[in-house]
Design a protein. Structure first.
Length: 722
């Protein structure tokens, strides 16, 4: 990568050049982003994953830009039309659009009105008009020599129309003119929509856009996606209106050099045609594409932040959990799983219509609770969820003396998992619905381990995710999952292939090989044993080892995020403080160690051990909390033993709830009734809020006040301003 490009990225991202240079080198050596962020802080200057990914994206863009520049220069040179001035302009271009604008006049075009006019020999006349030198003369006389019925040039107007077509294309291909028009259109354009087929909008969800306009530069992302969807469903007609008169004046100033030319009217007609027929539709497409790109980028960011929060929900450790996938006709599927997620029992109950076998269902549930020591019940929030919640609350009241509680689990994507190959491999003998119940139970026990089995866009915490470019969405969400998995770390001896494949450096085939090796040879005792796994080489080991934990292995350091390459430094640190690695397993010795670690002179110790300061700080943090799961510090799920209905809700009632989704206009909160309530962005805080995600995130337990209950539309308005 050239020095100039490194400087440009450093300037854009407000980083030191050395940070960018070191990061690019590491990326070029095929190191993964989580590995670089966690274990190469000395080289990157402590950049986090977000900053490293920004560098990665800019490097990719700029390299593609340089590649395109060389391609364009070659293509123009092959036409013998490359000048030194043009080449310099192309090389200095900072965005792809500038390069394409400069290439536009030389691009091989499909047949146009201008190409047909050239074929008829009208280019000399077009050049004469363009030069604007003639101030006297007969327009008709000048055109007569071009008349030729065989070429469909039967009238003077036919001749001038052809010449105007050539001039219009010249104007349209002028990079400078297009750049200025683009700037004005973005700055002063209005996006408008009107109802095209109102009768197709049965629920009236597009009413806001039946007669709508808003400045292009102000329209928020969620409205762009709504307009796009309404247009796609042929309910709306959407257009971009630019300030036409101002733009035409701009073109006149750029094109007209002699107002006394006899061709002035022809030139004005040509430039008006250039804008209305060629430039305006093209710029409108650019604006719509740019707005859509921006809206998709924003929606993906919202989805990614929600997904990250959801994946980081704390696990419910040590609980035997009952999972229930509610249903009517085919019954509710019930399962019990032990704390490790292993399936213990299954049953199908029919407490709801049409069978209404309530007493029998209660007996089955009570027996399973008693036999397996169930302490928590996870109920899916789909069909019949409300009725199942009533049923379970009644069972708890009647029989368990407060020893069991329940929570509602968002089952979005559970059906996707149930029908997947992963689910079939895990439970080939069970039907799809029962697999769904197991997924619901496991989501409560370890959300991350279970949710990674599902296509991220099916998890249901996004905004218009089905309107977004699926490739862009998938790429972004895969990065979120990868980031979370490596942030948390995984237990090498219990992790599933679904989770393992997101660990830095490990792909799906290597993940399967690791699990196969574990099954054939027993649990891993050391991280070094990974090198015996088929097709797991030194490169993969280096990338992955620090993120893989062994809780009961031969070396206690394997239960920390300390990388094997730093084991020597970690042992040296412990030895200097008169401790051993075994002491990090002992409660009393660990407490003493923590006190001593706080006293360490970081700079002199780093020098003594031969490691960088960031690495030493990470080693100290890891030794202080071996086996720590960063999710444990987050709020636990909200459990209930009783139930509310929509009819129970009163204005100003204050309740606790769980944030289920965060979007541009607010947050949806589960307060224990069937419908989630909405806290509008204006009700999130007494202070001005620009982004709801600055205040709440998925999984937060929040206190809310009831503002209004619309029982007919089943809508609940909430406020966090208590």
């Amino acid at each position: 990568m050239t020095q100039g490009l490194l400087d440009l990225i450093a300037q854009e991202l407000q980083l030191k050049r050395s940070q960018v240079k070191g990061t690019v080198k590491l990326l070029d050596e095929e190191n993964t982003v989580p590995f670089i962020a966690r274990y190469r802080k000395e080289i990157t200057g402590g950049l986090d994953e977000t900053q490293i990914r920004e560098i990665e994206e800019r490097v990719k863009y700029l390299r593609n830009l340089e590649k395109r520049k060389e391609e364009v220069i070659r293509l123009i040179d092959e036409q013998d039309k490359l000048t030194e001035e043009l080449e310099n302009k192309i090389r200095k271009a900072k965005i792809l659009q500038e390069v394409e604008d400069l290439y536009r006049p030389y691009k091989q075009k499909r047949e146009t009105r201008a190409t047909r006019a050239r074929e008829k020999g009208l280019e000399p006349l077009a050049e004469l008009i363009w030069e604007q030198a003639l101030v006297e003369g007969d327009l008709a006389e000048l055109a007569r020599e071009y008349l030729d019925p065989e070429l469909e040039l039967e009238t003077i107007e036919d001749v001038y129309q052809g010449a105007r077509d050539i001039i219009a294309e010249w104007i349209s291909d002028d990079a400078g003119i297009r750049k200025e028009i683009r700037k004005i259109s973005f700055a002063k354009g209005m996006i408008t929509s009107r109802a095209k087929a109102e009768e197709l909008d049965e629920t009236g969800k597009y009413e806001l856009y039946y007669d709508y306009q808003e400045p292009v530069k102000k329209v928020p992302p969620h409205r762009i996606l709504a307009l796009n969807r309404g247009e796609k469903e042929e309910i709306l007609q959407v257009k971009v209106l630019a300030p036409e008169e101002e733009i035409l004046e701009l073109i006149k100033k750029a094109v007209i050099t002699n107002s006394k030319s006899i061709f002035l009217d022809e030139l004005i007609s040509a430039l008006e045609d250039a804008y209305k027929r060629l430039i305006a539709p093209s710029i409108e497409r650019e604006i719509r594409n740019s707005l859509t790109d921006r809206a998709e980028e924003h929606a993906i960011e919202v989805f990614a932040r929600n997904l990250r929060a959801l994946l980081l929900q704390p696990p419910l450790r040590g609980h035997v959990v009952m999972g229930i996938d509610p249903g009517y006709r085919t019954g509710s599927k019930v399962c019990v799983v032990e704390p490790t997620g292993k399936l213990l029992a299954t049953a199908t109950i029919y407490p709801h219509p049409p069978q209404q076998k309530v007493a029998e269902a209660k007996e089955i549930v009570k027996e399973m609770i008693g036999q397996y020591g169930v302490s928590s019940i996870a109920i899916g929030n789909g069909t019949a969820s409300r009725e199942t919640e009533f049923f379970i609350a009644e069972v708890i009241r009647e029989n368990t003396q407060g020893s069991v509680n329940y929570t509602i689990v968002n089952e979005a994507g559970a059906s996707v998992y149930s029908a997947s190959e992963v689910a079939r491999e895990e439970f080939p003998e069970l039907d799809v619905a029962m697999r769904g119940a197991i997924s619901i139970a496991r989501r409560l026990q370890d959300p991350l381990a279970e949710l990674v089995k599902i296509d991220p866009k099916s998890i249901g915490v996004g905004l218009y995710q089905h309107d977004i470019n699926p490739n862009r969405l998938e790429e972004s969400l895969q990065k979120v999952v990868e980031s979370v998995v490596n942030y948390v770390g995984v237990d090498l001896n219990t992790v599933s292939p679904s989770l393992l494949q997101y660990v830095a450096g490990i792909n799906s085939s290597v993940a399967r090989n690791i699990v196969k090796h574990r099954e054939e040879n027993g649990p891993f005792r050391t991280r070094e044993e990974l090198k015996n796994v088929y097709r797991l080489g030194d490169k993969t080991f280096t990338q992955a080892a620090g993120f893989l934990r062994i809780s009961n292995g031969e070396d206690p350091l394997a239960n920390t995020p300390i990388h094997p390459e730093s084991y020597q430094a970690a042992r040296g640190l412990l030895k200097s403080l008169n401790f051993s690695v075994e002491d990090i397993k002992s409660g009393d010795r660990l407490a003493e160690l923590r006190k001593e670690l706080k006293k360490v002179d970081l700079e002199s110790m780093a020098e003594e051990l031969g490691v960088g300061l960031p690495t030493l700080k990470d080693i100290i943090a890891a030794l202080s909390q071996p086996g720590r799961d960063p999710r444990d510090k987050l709020p636990k799920p909200l459990f209930r033993t009783d139930i509310l209905t929509l009819e129970d809700l009163k204005t100003d009632m204050i309740l606790q709830g769980t944030v289920r989704n965060v979007v541009d206009f607010g947050a949806f909160v589960d307060i224990g009734v069937k419908e989630d309530g909405l806290v509008h962005i204006s009700e999130l805080s007494h202070n001005y809020i620009e982004d709801p995600l600055d205040v709440v995130q998925v999984g937060d337990i929040v206190s809310v006040r009831i503002l209004d209950v619309d029982r007919r539309r089943k809508r609940i308005s909430l406020s966090m301003k208590l």
